[in-house]
Design a protein around this ligand. Structure first.
Ligand SMILES: [Zn+2]
Length: 408
């Protein structure tokens, strides 16, 4: 519409986009449907519906599946349409500290292929090229074409800048300022969206897990480190530098533990998996007794097992970290007023030993009106949250599919 003045053109395009997503949503959720029934449900003119449907068919998003049963009017049976989810693919890549998981999803988010490999230990560029090779192989093994790849979600265990697609710092990988988006986009010839694990887990839990599509959700991602994924109306809140949610690096007064980020006294040094282990060591050094005292080395999982077997010192170390996480949750509740706080990351698996003291600390610290009605739940998706989040974020960033998949 080049001849029209810009304002009018913009309105026209918006209307066209709205009508298009209405039609697409009807085919996806109400299908198989006919053009006539779309026109009835949307109150759009039949020629408008036909034009949109032709366009969607040409793009491969919708296909004709032949005539339905005899029309009510007794005329020719209408041609039925259905959504072609396989017309476009997305790839979700979760590069974890130890394992890398790749999931290929269709345009409706359904997984069509998955593979897992040990996280490559090569230099970051080489590692990303290897991951891209695996993405292509996963698509090929499913009998599909890489050319259909519409978007890639890449999820990393560390500080990421969504806007530049750079992994700023991932101590577990030894990565600093790695251009993840640039490298993967060049390899896969598709737009790449880079998030940290907490953001991805928040999106996945919201849509498919503990979140019940609450939309306004805060996820506390507690594992080796601590971060938060903040969702507003289902979308990740990124901040101007893309680092929003890094609550683990808020300083706790009186804490002088050095942190991976280079600063001292960060919350994650006393509210994470390593913090549980340090709490046990401190209690043992202070003369406490525990079944863990005879072990040369132990991790948060061993401490959890000991606590479940009745080891009081182990249970107290977990409760201490739980209370610190509750403090973090109270900050999120006061700052963002979410409908729901989900506890995710590796520590979520500890369960009530961690969550009971966490909830008690929230009740102590959060502002009453902000806390009203807020539920605190553990992750439902467990170790699947990050890669599912990667798939869903790739879909979410392809606007058309956002409306199809994420429409309530
Ligand atoms: Zn820090």
């Amino acid at each position: 519409m080049r001849s029209e003045e810009p304002r009018r053109g913009a309105d026209h395009n918006v209307m066209r986009e709205v009508n298009r997503s209405l039609v697409l949503a009807l085919v996806k959720e109400g299908g198989p449907v006919s053009r006539a029934s779309i026109a009835r449900s949307t109150t759009l003119a039949k020629p408008t519906v036909s034009a949109i449907v032709d366009e969607l068919i040409a793009e491969g998003l919708v296909r004709e599946i032949g005539p339905g049963s005899t029309a009510v009017s007794g005329g020719r049976p209408p041609i039925l349409l259905e959504f072609n989810a396989r017309s476009q693919l997305v790839a979700g890549v979760h590069i974890g500290a130890r394992r890398t998981t790749i999931a290929i999803g269709d345009a409706a988010g359904e997984e069509v292929a998955r593979r897992e490999l040990p996280t490559p230990r090569d230099d970051p560029g080489e590692a990303l090229r290897l991951v891209a090779t695996e993405v292509r192989a996963a698509i090929a093994a499913a009998g599909l074409e890489t050319a259909r790849l519409a978007a890639v979600g890449a999820v990393l265990p560390g500080l990421t800048d969504f806007h530049t697609g750079v992994c700023l710092l991932a101590p577990n990988l030894g990565w600093r300022d790695v251009p993840v988006r640039e490298t993967l986009a060049a390899e896969l010839d598709a737009p790449v969206y880079v998030h940290n694990a907490g953001q991805a887990a928040a999106v996945a839990e919201n849509l498919e897990g503990a979140g019940d599509r609450a939309g306004d959700l805060a996820l506390l991602y507690a594992g080796t480190g601590l971060s938060a994924g903040i969702l507003s109306d289902g979308r990740v809140f990124h901040g101007v530098g893309g680092t929003a949610g890094e609550i683990g690096h808020n300083a706790v007064p009186g804490n002088d533990e050095p942190c991976n980020c280079g600063k001292v006294g960060c919350l994650e040094t006393v509210a994470s998996g390593p913090a549980i282990v340090r709490a046990v060591h401190r209690a043992l050094a202070a003369g406490g007794t525990s079944s863990l005292a005879v072990q040369d080395s132990f991790d948060a999982r061993d401490v959890t097992a000991a606590a479940r077997a009745g080891d009081r010192l182990a249970a107290a170390a977990i409760a201490d970290v739980g209370a610190r996480l509750g403090l973090a949750a109270s900050w999120l509740i006061n700052a963002y007023n979410p409908a729901l706080v989900v506890v995710g990351g590796g520590l979520a698996a500890i369960g009530d030993l961690l969550l009971d003291p966490l909830r008690a600390a929230v009740a102590r610290h959060a502002l009453a009106p902000a806390l009203r009605g807020v539920e605190i739940r553990a992750s439902v998706l467990g170790p699947d949250a990050e890669v599912r989040g990667a798939v869903l974020l790739a879909l979410q960033h392809s606007e058309t599919y956002y409306r199809v998949v994420f429409r309530a």
